[in-house]
Design a protein around this ligand. Structure first.
Ligand code: NAD
Length: 694
């Protein structure tokens, strides 16, 4: 037969073979082919059993995402599963690669599963803001029990074949040839002559206790605060435990449909693609040669240098870390050791892993030790003269072809590059704090940066498990430049009538991990105070707190006070008095400000500055800005990022609010970005802007 699915006989066992590169996605043609070929197997008297097997690198890796949101074409996956499940002959799934989502659901509809040791299975739908919609939430609990099913479906992480075997999800591990093992297994089943047990006919073990589901709801309300999908997943598993199979399937469909049309799922799918697009740079083709990064040096063992060194060690890449003096070096290595030991204690890595990783980081005081490194990252104090001086020294000792990077948050990468004799090899690699944890990395392209240097940086970023976003040179690049506008509004809200906890509560409830003032307390107030002093600027509320020695968590007080050893912010009457006094000084009166205004002013300030960044070409796409904010600033993923959020609001509505804020005198940030005005005039969105650029 033609199409992606073909039929073959291996003695008395029918093979249903799918070949739909690259990942055997379960699109319409595959579903149609599966149905027809399975019916052929059922009708074939020469076939006593059926094996489902896929060609290429994987079993069905999932649904065909391009069909999302389109009207379903029959047979839908559930209908194919009914044919499999009701087949009077045993159907065995032969798993290799990644059987995920719809692929794993198809395996669960089979009577048996055989897998190669490297196979992975799982239901990652929750990561796209939906639940499994083809019986996964009903069949999985019947095989592994309610507890395990909730964890697998709500976390969405795949498991390996060995664990799947232990759990009873996989009946046999294939040591040799997968198809042959599956065929042999099928023959053994036929020989035993046992009645076929469909997964649907089993009971979900460990079922109906309502307290179990309540506990799960609470657990995921905490772990995935604000996300609807994990809660829907739990409801679906509860249906599996409390309803009969068909009623459970109906409930799963209802819950799935609710989510697939929700803003949250749209936002999470947007991010899924945004993260992939961020890797593509129009003038740097995929086949651009990259350099090998086998050895790295980091200059500076402070907050950032230590975390950056850990990021490479975590990926198995050896690092030399340099300092000016023994004491600073010991302190830096001490922090690294403490971090790794903490991870080992919490069971995140083994003690052996911790030691191996520490062993990959070599402390040094000798700049000539950088001479073997393929990549050298500078992470010293934020001072242009110091950075230039260090880059001159790096230039003297780095080997030809080495890539020279600065972790500066704000400084001009072009000026730093010009301090060397090799500007084409220089770029910015802006890690976020804590660098070993935060996934975002802004890759900053200088005027002279070579394409192969950018291509190498983007590839290297992926290798160390980070998410790269390309940025151009400007003060603060993408993320921190936008943050400036956000803080401008956060402060204005204090002067006009809010207390820090009012602003923080609104931003936290919007979905950020914390609001701007709790964030300042965590990062420390002293750094920006010093910068303001250098620039002759003032921010009276913040300045007064600093004058009182309130530098944030590290001094036990900042915008909040902190009990000894605690990180829990507590509102402080001393701060309230300062805020009130400074507010009255500036405005003469104070007013009550609602949550909506707080959120809209903070978010639209990000959006308006984001649009300027797009206009100037500092960011390539609106979706890159969204990736930056979600992975670097804890913007809630279920809202898709600030630019997506503005698109959802509608750019005309966003522009109207921006104009209103300007009229109300809420500051300079409210001059509408010409790009927003142009998009509104053309009836277009940020998503349309991105499309036109691809
Ligand atoms: P830090 O003060 O914690 O560390 C700087 C380290 O550099 C110190 O240990 C210092 O001894 C060392 N150092 C100074 N001169 C040196 C030299 N000549 N050779 C070797 N080491 C030297 O500062 P940090 O917070 O790690 O910031 C470092 C850089 O990273 C800055 O450019 C900063 O703007 C940027 N950055 C910071 C953050 C953050 O949140 N802290 C985030 C992103 C980027």
């Amino acid at each position: 037969m033609t199409g992606p699915v073909r039929y073959a006989l291996e003695g008395d066992v029918a093979l249903v073979i799918t070949d739909n590169p690259p990942v055997n996605a379960l699109g319409f043609a595959v579903r149609e082919g599966l149905q027809a070929t399975l019916e052929q197997a059922i009708a074939d008297d020469g076939a006593k059993a059926v094996v489902l097997v896929c060609e290429g690198r994987t079993f069905f890796a999932g649904a065909d995402i391009s069909e999302f949101g389109k009207p379903p074409r029959h047979p839908i996956l559930r209908e194919v599963h009914e044919v499999i499940e009701n087949c009077p002959k045993p159907v065995v799934a032969a798993l290799h690669g990644t059987a995920l989502g719809g692929g794993f659901e198809t395996a669960l509809a089979c009577h048996y599963r055989v897998a190669v040791p490297s196979a992975k299975v799982g239901l990652p739908e929750v990561k796209l803001g939906i639940i499994p919609g083809a019986g996964g939430t009903q069949r999985l609990p019947r095989l592994v029990g309610v507890e395990k099913a909730i964890q697998m479906i709500c976390n969405g992480n795949p498991i390996g074949a060995a664990e799947a075997h232990e759990l009873g999800l996989v009946d046999r591990i294939a040591d040799g040839d997968l198809t042959q093992t599956a065929v042999t297994f099928a023959r053994e089943v036929v020989a035993k002559g046992a009645t076929l047990v469909r997964v649907r006919d089993r009971e979900a073990p460990g079922g109906a206790d309502p307290a179990r589901f309540e506990a799960a709801r609470e657990e995921f309300a905490r772990k995935r605060r604000g996300f609807l999908a994990p809660q829907h997943c739990i409801a679906a598993v509860e249906a599996a435990a409390t309803l009969d199979f068909d009623a459970g399937m109906k409930r799963e469909r209802e819950l799935f449909t609710e989510l697939v049309t929700s803003d949250q799922s749209a936002a999470q799918r947007h991010l899924f693609f945004a993260e992939r697009h961020a890797n593509k740079i129009p003038d740097i083709p995929r086949d651009t040669p990259t350099r090998d990064i086998a050895q790295v040096s980091v200059i500076g063992a402070g907050t950032m240098g230590g975390g950056i060194a850990m990021s490479f060690a975590n990926a198995g890449i050896p690092v030399v870390i340099l300092e000016t003096g023994q004491e600073a070096l010991d302190r830096g290595m001490g922090v690294i050791r403490k971090n790794y030991e903490g991870s080992a204690k919490r069971g995140r890595i083994t003690t052996e892993d911790a030691e191996n990783r520490i062993g990959l980081i070599r402390p040094s005081l000798d700049i000539t030790d950088i001479s073997d490194s393929d990549l050298i990252i500078e992470a010293v104090f934020e001072n242009m003269d110091l950075k230039k001086q260090i880059f001159r020294r790096i230039d003297n000792h780095a080997k030809p072809g080495a890539i020279l990077a600065t972790n500066t948050s704000t400084l001009d990468v072009n000026e730093i590059a010009r301090a060397t004799a090799r500007p084409p090899s220089v770029l910015g690699l802006h890690f976020f704090s804590p660098a070993n944890v935060m996934r975002l990395l802004e890759v900053v392209r200088g005027d002279a940066t070579d394409k192969s240097v950018i291509a190498t940086a983007m590839a290297m970023t992926k290798k160390i498990g980070k998410v790269p976003v390309l940025a151009g040179v400007c003060h603060g690049f993408i993320g921190n430049r936008m943050l400036h506008a956000y803080f401008d509004q956060a402060f204005r809200l204090l002067y006009e009538g809010c207390q820090p906890q009012d602003v923080d509560r609104a931003i936290y409830d919007f979905g950020f991990a914390m609001g701007p003032f709790a964030m300042s307390d965590l990062a420390g107030l002293d750094v920006s105070w010093r910068v303001r002093q250098e620039k002759g600027q003032t921010q009276p509320i913040a300045d007064r707190l600093c004058e009182l020695g309130r530098f944030g968590q590290k001094t036990g007080a900042g915008y909040y006070r902190y009990a000894e050893g605690s990180r829990t912010p507590e509102p402080d009457p001393e701060v309230a008095a300062i805020v009130e006094e400074e507010g009255l000084k500036r405005h003469g009166s104070r007013r009550e400000i609602g949550t909506d205004e707080i959120v809209e002013r903070c978010m639209l300030a990000l959006v308006n500055e984001g649009a300027r960044i797009l206009e100037e070409g500092i960011a390539l796409r609106a979706s890159d800005i969204d990736v930056t904010y979600v992975f670097g600033y804890s913007f809630p993923a279920y809202r898709g990022g600030p630019m997506f959020w503005a698109d959802l609001m509608g750019l005309p509505a966003a522009l109207k609010k921006i104009e209103d804020f300007k009229l109300a005198g809420h500051g300079d940030v409210w001059t509408p970005a010409p790009l927003i005005e142009a998009l509104v005039a053309e009836g277009r969105s940020f998503a349309d802007f991105d499309k036109a650029k691809v």
